[in-house]
Design a protein around this ligand. Structure first.
Ligand code: C2E
Ligand code: MG
Ligand code: MG
Length: 565
């Protein structure tokens, strides 16, 4: 694989020459200018200003020591103090050898003595210093992803930024390629096959991107980023990359693995590099789950959505402080007896936004999962729901167990256990009355980590309910190794999709064999209720009984339950 570092820096490196004497600047400029772009400063103050402004676009400073005003040694001192010397080398220009040692002590990399009578030597030393520094900074980190040989994300962003500085007028595109369900390849065929697939995709993309002097990196396990001067044929890149994963040369992955790509073309130059890729990702996500379309561009409508989402993110902390988030409760009924009986409730969050009205969780939960804010929101719901459960207990003399949703993001948070402990301590609730709903797709994420977290929660006494079972891609056989207490089936089975009745029967049977209750949600009709009953489903949640309602309204169900006793 080629080293695209050189390609990228196609623009010449920039050297700053600092000298108060014009003749010296001109002489040195002429020598250096043969190979580098040169900028000049007439004194130390101007030099510092340029260094701060141009940052990483500079490759070297050549610094005269004796200058009126801010002198060279002072410039070095400031650069050292501000940690600029770590990435920008300085060659000191001296006429007296006695100051050399002092300069090296101050952090200069090398010195060149005046007068400049050996241009070749000077050029060689400049070249060498720059190379040394670039190598050194590259060696400091591992520049490449060991699996694909592409850049890793840190270097990719860094080089993209350097490219921008060197080519401020270039029109550029940012693109994201995602492999859907990649974890399945690792799980089913082993890591070696998974790695081989990643390598093939990386190679295909690089082959298309390199001629335009673009760059590619891998981010996370299965995402590739492309940054390139405008003009790539993204459709063709997708064709080529897809041909290597979609079963044509391996056979095994045809049904499950697909690529999707999002492109943010002609990037806004004022925007951070990372945000440009957020836009490309946003576009890619619009074709998630579509087998027909796999390439999408960032456009106006996405821009509007992005702005809407940003405003929700901005508003969230205040909304949390001001109690705009309300917890609603939806009853779950046990249907095994003659009469349905209230069994428990699910706590579901809503946002009553002062300007935008009621916002459902489907809009903001994924957003807050992406930026980590979900943890504080979930924590709020858990505290609230546990306190509510205990209020009902005090008022009516019995416990309505409440289930709360736990985002997969929470399961990676080491603060989770302490927070849930606090929920129990503050409310006095029994952990076995608090059910934690973990969505099935979480288990597919990184099953080892999730299984560990879920096991720890069960050890604390909580009941864990697997939410939306069947919506993701974990196989039925996985169930036997997953630590769960309750199985909640994905709504689509009940509502007739996804092989409907046959799969319902199968899942309910498996739950029975595992000795755990099966819960059906999204149940809307009497017909569905009787079917589920005949299949041996234990608990039902859905509009048939009630929509999620406020805590006050929910008390109606509790009173009814009391009458049944
Ligand atoms: P979920 O946990 O699977 O919740 C069930 C969703 O199905 C709820 O939507 C509920 O209102 C809806 N539903 C219930 N019965 C029926 C029915 O008969 N028909 C139909 N069509 N829908 C029904 P909701 O409240 O909009 O929540 C959507 C998702 O948002 C939840 O899915 C859950 O994944 C997430 N969510 C809700 N509250 C929280 C929360 O506090 N924390 C986290 N992390 N996620 C939450
Ligand atoms: Mg749920
Ligand atoms: Mg669900």
């Amino acid at each position: 694989m080629r080293n695209n570092h050189e390609e990228l820096s196609g623009g010449r490196r920039i050297v700053l020459i600092v000298d108060d004497e014009e003749i010296n600047r001109e002489l040195l400029g002429a020598i250096i200018g043969a190979e580098f772009d040169v900028v000049f400063a007439r004194d130390g103050g101007e030099a510092l200003e340029i260094i701060r402004r141009r940052g990483a676009s500079l490759s070297l400073v050549m610094l005269d020591l004796l200058m009126p005003g801010v002198h060279g040694a002072e410039v070095l001192r400031v650069m050292k103090e501000e940690d600029i010397l770590a990435h920008l080398p300085v060659i000191v220009l001296t006429s007296e050898t006695s100051s050399e040692v002092e300069c090296l002590r101050l952090g200069a990399s090398d010195f060149i003595s005046k007068p400049y009578n050996m241009p070749e030597v000077i050029l060689a030393r400049v070249r060498r210093t720059i190379e040394l520094y670039e190598d050194r900074s590259i060696i400091r980190g591992t520049e490449r992803d060991p699996v694909t040989g592409l850049y890793n994300i840190e270097y990719f962003y860094r080089y993209a930024e350097q490219f921008e500085l060197r080519h401020p007028d270039a029109v550029t595109d940012a693109a994201v390629v995602d492999i859907n369900h990649f974890h399945l390849i690792n799980e089913r065929y082993g890591k070696a096959k998974g790695d081989a697939m990643l390598r093939r995709v990386g190679e295909k993309i690089l082959a298309e991107v390199s001629p335009l002097k673009g760059m590619v990196c891998r981010r996370g396990s299965d995402t590739f980023l492309i940054y390139s001067p405008h003009g790539l044929d993204f459709g063709r890149i997708m064709e080529n990359a897809a041909s290597t994963v979609e079963g044509r040369d391996g056979g095994e992955s045809a049904e499950t693995v697909h690529l999707r790509m999002g492109v943010y073309a002609c990037c806004d130059k004022d925007m951070d590099i990372e945000r440009r890729f957020d836009r490309a990702k946003l576009a890619a996500d619009t074709v998630r789950g579509s087998y027909r379309r796999r390439l999408a561009y960032y456009d106006e409508s996405l821009h509007d959505r992005e702005m809407y989402e940003l405003s929700l993110i901005d508003d969230m902390p205040r909304a949390l402080r001001e109690g705009q988030f309300r917890v609603n409760y939806q009853p779950k009924y046990r249907i095994s007896g003659d009469e349905p009986v209230l069994a428990s409730a699910e706590a579901l969050i809503r946002w009553e936004h002062p300007d935008m009205g009621m916002i459902p969780p489907g809009v903001f939960v994924p957003l807050f999962e992406n930026n980590g804010m979900i943890s504080s929101l979930d924590s709020y719901v858990w505290h609230e729901a546990a306190a509510q459960m205990m209020r009902w207990k005090r008022r009516y003399g019995f416990t309505v167990p409440v289930s709360v949703n736990v985002s997969r993001i929470d399961l990676y948070d080491p603060g989770l256990y302490g927070d849930l402990r606090a929920v129990l301590d503050e409310s006095g609730a029994d952990p076995s009355d608090l059910m934690l709903e973990v969505t099935e797709s979480a288990y597919a994420d990184d099953s080892d980590q999730i299984v560990r977290a879920v096991t720890a929660l069960r050890d604390m006494g909580f009941k864990v309910e697997m939410d939306d079972f069947g919506s993701g891609y974990s196989s039925l056989s996985m169930l036997s190794i997953l630590p769960v207490d309750i199985l909640k089936m994905d709504m689509r089975f009940i509502q007739g999709g996804r092989g409907g009745e046959r799969l319902l029967r199968l899942i309910i049977d498996i739950a029975g064999q595992l000795g755990i209750p099966a819960v059906a949600e999204g149940v809307e009709t009497a017909q569905q209720v009787s079917l589920l009953k005949s299949l041996g489903c234990d608990i039902i949640q859905g509009y048939y009984f009630s929509k999620p309602v406020s805590a006050d309204e929910f008390e109606g169900f509790i009173k009814e339950r009391i009458k049944q006793c």
